[in-house]
Write a protein that binds this ligand. Structure first.
Ligand SMILES: Cc1cc2nc3c(=O)[nH]c(=O)nc-3n(C[C@H](O)[C@H](O)[C@H](O)COP(=O)(O)OP(=O)(O)OC[C@H]3O[C@@H](n4cnc5c(N)ncnc54)[C@H](O)[C@@H]3O)c2cc1C
Length: 538
């Protein structure tokens, strides 16, 4: 059994161990931030446990736009430091830690009737500045091509649904795109587990103490008091439920999902300026499983934090109307096959009580790392997916200092995640080779999707499968599921290596089939049976 493999049995064993063995650092929350903290701390040689109330990537981390941003949007608000940090972290992801999970995405801003000349000009200047950030981060144009003006024909090839009438060209600029956000979280958690971190899902922290936490195993209801030299609270928008001093201003972001075929199977993202704004855009982003996701809104979301935020009708209408301004055929509500919303854990500027000299509440960086005066835990909140690594570094630095731990320096910028190609080989070559290995086992059309999701592990996913029909797709023989290229082997792998404990974990987080309710309904039973069989074999 690989050290990076997460399973129900491992969870059970490690949860038992946790009852009697104190750890150096306990992380609460299994989103990108918590998983990043667990990896950073384990890589520094600390003993680590991470507890997640539900499942890895249950929260905001699965509702993102799935972009590894170059920081352009932060330049628009004058946050040069955040912009540079974002571009640098994109570089780290694309060239060292996760080149298998992040690809260069062409973004197309059509210069057409619905886009004013000022908007086109401002966008061009912005792309130029974004390119300076790329160079500053050391990202070569082989990894991320420089922005350029394209002819109408090329724009239409990248985004075929764009209206050709009045189209006189387009800006094409590249940014990083994750194959999936929840997949990044799982890769982080598995890499941390490979370095000894205990990753425990379905374990809720009910109270944080200076020297540990009270936990509840939500599968059995059993309580547990765990001792830790320091606790890191990475519960995102739920932080206030374990720390009364935390003040967040959640803001809801909504996306809709449409079939990629409806927009002509675009290879690039369509960028449409919001009317009246030079810096806000709606994006139609090509995504895996034959989908395009269209976002994003930004709505204040006061009040109690829901388990799963729900998009509103006006938000959906706004997204469809904005993107339709540049399409040959407007999108209608009937074209929408799914919708999802996430809450940004924005830190209130009058944020939580940081102990004197122990933390920084630097709101301009949009993340907060501070020791809570209420719980004694280190809170790490805000930020974004792209910069999870620096958030984790800041949090572990502070945790080490606060608890007087002995630990080495952070080195996660040089630590490849599971599935990353070997360092000595240029990433593209290594991935192509992994694809070739996968192709020997799988039907050829499946290999690119497998490699995009699992990188160098793609052949292992197929080789590890014990159930019959490993390389068949889950929707085999089920009408209307031709766009779902998820293999039966991937369902099994989710249970035997990625810590999925039931069919929901697989449908909604390991594979993302569940983003479209009709897809979920179509293959839900098949996936359920495969999960049951795989669990029995553990
Ligand atoms: C709509 C939207 C789009 C975005 N798009 C992008 C993007 O394209 N690129 C980008 O870089 N960033 C993006 N972001 C920002 C990014 O998604 C978030 O900053 C990031 O995912 C937050 O991760 P987190 O781990 O802090 O929180 P979460 O992912 O919410 O994780 C917190 C976890 O804590 C768990 N938890 C809560 N309470 C407890 C408890 N008591 N005990 C144990 N566990 C608990 C929850 O179940 C949850 O899994 C976007 C955000 C939104 C809302």
């Amino acid at each position: 059994m690989q050290r990076t493999a997460l399973t129900a049995r491992r969870r059970e064993r490690e949860l038992d161990e946790l009852a009697s063995e104190p750890v150096d650092l306990l992380v609460v929350g299994g989103g990108v931030t918590g998983a990043g903290v667990a990896l950073d701390a384990a890589a520094r040689g600390l003993s680590v446990a991470l507890v997640e109330a539900r499942d890895l990537a249950w929260g905001t981390s699965r509702w993102s736009s799935k972009l590894a941003h170059g920081g352009l949007r932060y330049l628009a608000t004058g946050d040069v430091g955040v912009a540079r940090e974002s571009a640098r972290e994109r570089h780290v992801l694309m060239t060292r830690t996760a080149p298998h999970l992040v690809r260069a995405l062409p973004q197309v801003l059509p210069l057409t009737q619905g886009v004013g000349p000022r908007q086109g000009l401002t966008a061009g200047i912005g792309f130029g500045l974004g390119d300076l950030l790329r160079r500053d981060a050391g990202t070569s144009s082989d990894v991320l091509p420089a922005p350029r003006l394209a002819r109408p024909g090329e724009a239409a090839r990248l985004v075929p649904a764009v209206a050709r009438e009045h189209l006189h060209g387009a800006w094409v600029a590249h940014d990083g795109q994750l194959v999936d956000d929840a997949r990044l979280v799982v890769a982080l958690a598995r890499t941390a587990a490979g370095r000894g971190a205990r990753i425990l899902t379905r374990v809720r922290a009910t109270e944080l103490h200076g020297d540990g936490a009270t936990l509840q195993d939500t599968l059995t209801g059993a309580g547990l008091r765990v001792r830790a030299r320091v606790v890191v609270n990475a519960t995102g928008v739920w932080a206030g439920t374990v720390d009364p001093s935390v003040r967040l201003r959640p803001s809801r972001g909504t996306h809709v999902v449409v079939p990629a075929a409806r927009l002509g199977d675009p290879a690039g993202a369509l960028m449409v300026p919001v009317p009246g704004s030079a810096s806000r855009f709606v994006f139609a982003l090509p995504a895996q499983l034959g989908r395009v996701i269209i976002g994003l809104t930004d709505e204040e979301a006061p009040g109690p934090v829901p388990d799963v935020p729900v998009p509103t009708r006006p938000e959906i209408d706004f997204l469809l109307a904005t993107v339709s301004r540049v399409l040959d055929r407007p999108l209608l509500p009937d074209d929408v096959v799914g919708a999802f919303a996430g809450l940004r854990p924005l830190v209130d500027s009058a944020g939580p009580g940081d102990g004197p000299g122990l933390g920084s509440s630097d709101v301009s960086r949009r993340h907060l790392v501070a020791v809570s005066s209420a719980t004694g835990a280190v809170n790490v909140l805000g930020g974004k997916l792209t910069t999870y690594r620096t958030m984790a570094e800041d949090a572990v630095d502070l945790a080490v200092k606060h608890a007087g731990l002995t630990a080495g320096p952070c080195w996660t910028a040089d630590l490849p995640l599971v599935g990353a190609p070997p360092r000595a080989v240029p990433p593209a070559d290594a991935l192509a080779r992994a694809g070739a290995r996968a192709t020997q086992v799988a039907a050829p059309p499946l290999a690119p999707a497998l490699v995009a999701r699992y990188g160098a592990e793609a052949p292992d996913v197929l080789a590890a499968a014990a159930l019959p029909g490993a390389s068949d797709v889950v929707g085999q023989g089920i009408p209307g599921t031709g766009h779902l290229d998820v293999t039966r082997a991937e369902i099994e792998w989710a249970v035997t290596h990625e810590g999925a404990l039931d069919a929901d974990d697989v449908l909604d987080r390991r594979t993302r089939i569940g983003l479209v309710p009709a897809d979920r309904a179509a293959v839900g039973d098949v996936v359920g049976e495969l999960v049951e069989d795989a669990l029995k074999r553990l």
